[in-house]
Ligand binder design. Structure first.
Ligand code: BES
Ligand code: MN
Ligand code: ZN
Length: 495
């Protein structure tokens, strides 16, 4: 889809579908919607609003044919909800709703009003960015394995944001570019997660990371990983025929203001290992590399966004399988920092791979470490699919990430990391175990990771819920979501 800002009047643009909007409770539309109302002989105010009782409720739509009274073929009126509750996240949401309606109507060319720039008074660039993000995230489809592409006929080809004032066009186009780069990062991550585990092996993930433009990438093979003493990571990989890959990507600008590491859990498949998962829990476990897809998606966007921050992205990629050399319950593993771990449950594998990745990040002398992982079912139980859990050892970092998420349309909810959670990880024979109490399971995993982060400011984001949706939520269609890409990009841009 081509997406652009154009100078012109809504009453003069030619397109299949023209998108306009209405706040809740407005009976006499003004601005762009007012102009269209006038051109349609007050059809919107006297018929749609008064007779049909269209009240501008959030995400409600009303389709009007124009019968030649406008160059646009059809008008889609989208409700913005209450004006006091309106923000840039709602701009993303209504943009997605409007796009879906336009697709239903088989539109090839779509023009839209700049939601949010009128009564709500947001900057044109920010509104355009949110429209681009909402539209491109909603238009995503993973259909590469469909022999018949279902919706060949309802692909929008050209999408234009229409603005009367010429001096705003440049800001709008800049906003669109930024939104497009971010949405491309999100959609790239979704492609990786949606790809079946039989295809997207650790080797394929490493190749993909290596192919990113403007990013350097070092791949450590099994021997190198062994030399570094990553006994926890290597043990998880033992039950699979697919070789593990330790991926280290770097984005390095000329004069970086900060230096951070982002670590993504990269289990390209999690069968549970010898503590095998039941089929219902295993069926979506190709998504257990969601964290790694997120950091790859973030890295793919950085060369275009050009933040003045040095970013290291790290993925300990492998499969958790119950093959005959698989690691066993009761085994004692030694991580890169020489801590010993007794295996209580082979299905608590993510924290083992992350432990060594965090130790490795510490050798890079970064100012901050953020890990992002589909780590625990407990986090899904606690927060559902609408928020990721966040915890860590530094409140400022956690607050900054929560705010970056809010701005980007992603929710993070802090969970406490009391030292008491460590009690259930006590081991009789090693320094500690990899699993313990099911109660507070997300925090138990968090406290385990904290033993590897040590004093570096560190935050852990558990995306086990939001990484995968089985129905559409706001701008996000079901399937892989690329959870965390927008949060991490916004955070990096804020440094
Ligand atoms: N990959 C899973 C966590 C998960 C669950 C992700 C549901 C997405 C949706 C993780 O490796 C796991 O198996 N965790 C166990 C830990 C337990 C054995 C301590 C869990 O949550 O049950
Ligand atoms: Mn597991
Ligand atoms: Zn897992």
């Amino acid at each position: 889809m081509k997406i652009q800002g154009i100078q012109g009047s809504l009453t003069e643009v030619k397109c299949d579908v023209l998108i306009i909007n209405l706040f809740k409770g407005v009976t006499a539309p003004a601005g762009g919607t007012g102009a269209i109302n006038k051109a349609l002989d007050n059809l919107i105010s006297s018929y749609v609003i008064e007779k049909e009782q269209f009240e501008g409720e959030l995400n409600k739509t009303y389709v009007l044919p124009t019968y030649g009274k406008l160059p646009a073929d059809k008008v889609v009126l989208v409700g913005l909800g209450e004006s006091k509750k309106f923000d840039l996240n709602k701009v993303r949401e209504v943009s997605a709703t409007a796009l879906r309606k336009a697709q239903e109507l088989n539109a090839k060319t779509v023009c839209t009003i700049l939601h949010g720039a009128g009564v709500a008074g947001f900057k044109p660039g920010a509104c355009a960015q949110s429209i681009a993000e909402g539209t491109l995230i909603a238009s995503y489809k993973f259909d590469k394995y469909k022999s018949k592409k279902e919706d060949k006929n309802n692909k929008v080809e050209e999408f234009s944001i229409v603005e009367l004032e010429n001096d705003k066009i440049e800001q709008i186009n800049k906003g669109i570019e930024k939104g497009k780069t971010i949405a491309d990062g999100v959609n790239f991550a979704r492609d990786l997660v949606n790809e079946p585990a039989g295809e997207l092996t650790p080797s394929k993930l490493a190749q993909t990371a290596h192919s990113l433009k403007g990013i350097t990438c070092k791949i450590l093979e099994k021997n190198d990983i062994q030399k570094l003493g990553m006994g926890a990571f290597l043990s998880v990989a033992k039950g699979s025929n697919e070789p593990p890959k330790f991926i280290h990507m770097t984005y390095k600008p000329k004069n970086p203001k900060a230096k951070i590491a982002i670590i993504g859990k990269g289990l390209t498949f999690d069968s549970g290992g010898l503590d095998l998962k039941p089929r219902g829990s295993m069926v979506t476990m190709k998504d257990d590399m969601g964290g790694s897809a997120t950091v790859v998606g973030v890295m793919s966007a950085l060369p275009t966004l050009k933040p003045e921050v040095e970013v290291h992205a790290i993925v300990a990629a492998c499969e958790n399988m119950p093959g005959c050399s698989a690691y066993k319950p009761g085994d004692v593993l030694t991580a890169m920092n020489n801590k010993t771990i007794e295996v209580d449950n082979t299905d608590a594998e993510g924290r083992l791979t992350l432990a060594d990745a965090i130790c490795y990040a510490n050798t890079l002398k970064v100012d901050k470490i953020i890990d992002i992982a589909t780590l625990t079912g407990a986090c899904v139980v606690a927060l559902g699919r609408f928020a990721s859990g966040i915890m860590g050892n530094n409140q400022d970092l956690i607050d900054d990430l929560i705010n970056a998420g809010d701005d980007g349309g992603e929710r993070l909810w802090q969970l406490p990391l009391y030292e008491d959670y460590f009690n259930s990880l006590k081991s009789d024979i090693a320094d500690f175990k990899n699993a313990g109490s099911r109660e507070g399971g997300a925090q138990v995993a968090g406290i385990f990771l904290s033993k590897f982060a040590q004093d570096t400011p560190w935050a852990h984001i558990d995306i086990a819920g939001p990484a995968w949706l089985d129905k559409n939520v706001k701008e996000m269609p079901k399937g892989a979501t690329g959870a965390g890409v927008r949060t991490l990009i916004n955070y990096i841009l804020s440094l």
